[in-house]
Design a protein around this ligand. Structure first.
Ligand code: CTP
Length: 400
């Protein structure tokens, strides 16, 4: 779909290994209908030749001030005025620092100063450089001046380090650009989400938990952000990277999850309880490691508070969405849970059959007071997208 037709995008490329990803970004932007012009800093050319972007964009690549001035059709001020969005991707630590300080010693910096339209940056650098207070301060100040910051993502880096600093993938940057031009259905909405399992301590080294991977919850966080929501993700222990852009609060036990959720609940417009919370905890977790003996052993379990029911019982409550994992009588149990916990919506899935826990696929039967909808078996990202569409629709209807 030509979602970006008539949109003019000036893509600034600074010196960084992620510059190769921007070649793919040019291709995706053009495929989506945008007109793209590329500006490179001198050091960007150490990584990728201007010719690459010229071939992909179908236009000459601007490299220095003199080039732009020599182009009688478009000098640097006109170039800055021409675009609907100036996106610097990758944006190196050095570039962000200079941009924040208002330097103008190369064409791209000049354009950032001269641009009247939105300017976005996609930082890309070593994780230590990203974490450095100098970089953090620069980014904070740029953001305070309405520069849009996309990413960085976490993960393995070209230098071998692991951490936050990777440039977002081209497909994700395309998504962000599309969303920039057509605000999502959850723009301005604070969405609070629980995900993953909880761990209930038996002693300092043992715990009771379950098979939840957190994948569905994390996919919902991504899908909600794509629709413009501000997402706070309260997550049990999982081995997934934090979704870029979400506020992540990591917890272990059901009690910690409840405390974290209740601290955030008053700010939330929508609450989605996707976590597989332990229904029970060990009555008195041992302070020291339990030693084995010949005797049989039993653990006394006591009921945990129901986080979802606690939120939905609040006087000023958010729009509440629950999950129900069932092995049988899905509809009947789901409707009963919606009633008991006073929910606005419940997403039920049959566990087993290649869906649900520990798989990359899911299928949902979603119920609300006046209707229902099936979300067919698909990858969790697709299922999450459809569920978020439905939540946005029902939440908006609830405000009317
Ligand atoms: N939930 C919660 N806090 C709990 C338990 C569950 O917030 N202490 C939420 C889950 O995140 C999910 C829904 O409630 O949204 C699941 O409901 P629940 O009745 O706990 O389902 P099951 O545990 O599967 O119940 P049962 O074992 O009775 O089927």
């Amino acid at each position: 779909m030509q979602t970006l037709s008539n949109k003019k995008i000036l893509l600034g490329i600074t010196g960084g290994i992620a510059a190769y990803k921007s070649a793919e970004l040019v291709r995706l932007l053009i495929k989506a209908g945008a007109e793209v012009r590329v500006v490179m800093t001198p050091s960007a050319q150490e990584f990728v030749q201007p010719l690459t972007y010229q071939a992909l964009s179908g236009h000459r690549v601007y490299v220095d001030l003199f080039d732009a001035e020599a182009d009688s059709a478009m000098d640097h001020i006109e170039l800055a005025r021409w675009c609907d969005l100036l996106l610097v991707a990758p944006a190196s630590a050095d570039f962000l620092g200079k941009m924040n300080a208002g330097y103008a010693d190369n064409l791209l910096l000049t354009l950032c100063l001269a641009a009247k339209q939105s300017v976005a940056v996609a930082p890309a650098m070593n994780q230590q450089m990203w974490a450095n207070p100098a970089t953090q301060e620069n980014v904070k100040q740029l953001a305070a001046r309405q520069v849009i910051v996309w990413g960085p993502a976490e993960g393995e880096q070209a230098c071998g380090d692991v951490g936050a600093g990777r440039m977002l993938e081209a497909a994700q940057l395309l998504d962000n650009v599309q969303r920039h031009f057509s605000p999502g259905r959850l723009e301005g909405v604070n969405l609070l989400l629980t995900a993953g399992p909880t761990r209930e301590a038996i002693d300092p080294v043992r715990y009771i938990s379950n098979r939840s991977s957190g994948k569905m919850g994390y996919a919902i966080a991504e899908a909600a952000m794509r629709q413009g929501a501000s997402v706070t993700l309260v997550s049990g222990p999982v081995s997934l990277a934090a979704p870029a852009g979400a506020r992540l609060i990591s917890v272990e036990s059901a009690q910690q999850m409840l405390d974290a959720v209740m601290q955030q609940a008053s700010e939330a417009d929508v609450f989605v309880a996707c976590a597989a919370v332990s229904d029970y905890r060990v009555d008195q977790a041992a302070q020291q490691k339990i030693k084995k003996s010949d005797a049989a052993m039993s653990l006394k379990l006591v009921l945990n508070d129901d986080i979802l029911a606690t939120v939905s019982a609040l006087e000023r409550r958010p729009f509440c969405v629950g999950f129900a994992a069932e092995t049988q009588d899905v509809e009947q149990y789901a409707l009963a849970k919606m009633e008991q916990k006073n929910l606005d919506m419940i997403a039920a899935n049959r566990v087993g059959d290649g869906s649900g826990f520990e798989t990359d696929f899911n299928q949902l039967e979603v119920f609300w007071r006046a209707g229902r909808q099936t979300i067919e078996h698909a990858g969790k990202a697709e299922v999450a997208k459809q569920l978020i569409d439905l939540i946005a629709e029902r939440y908006t209807a609830s405000l009317a």
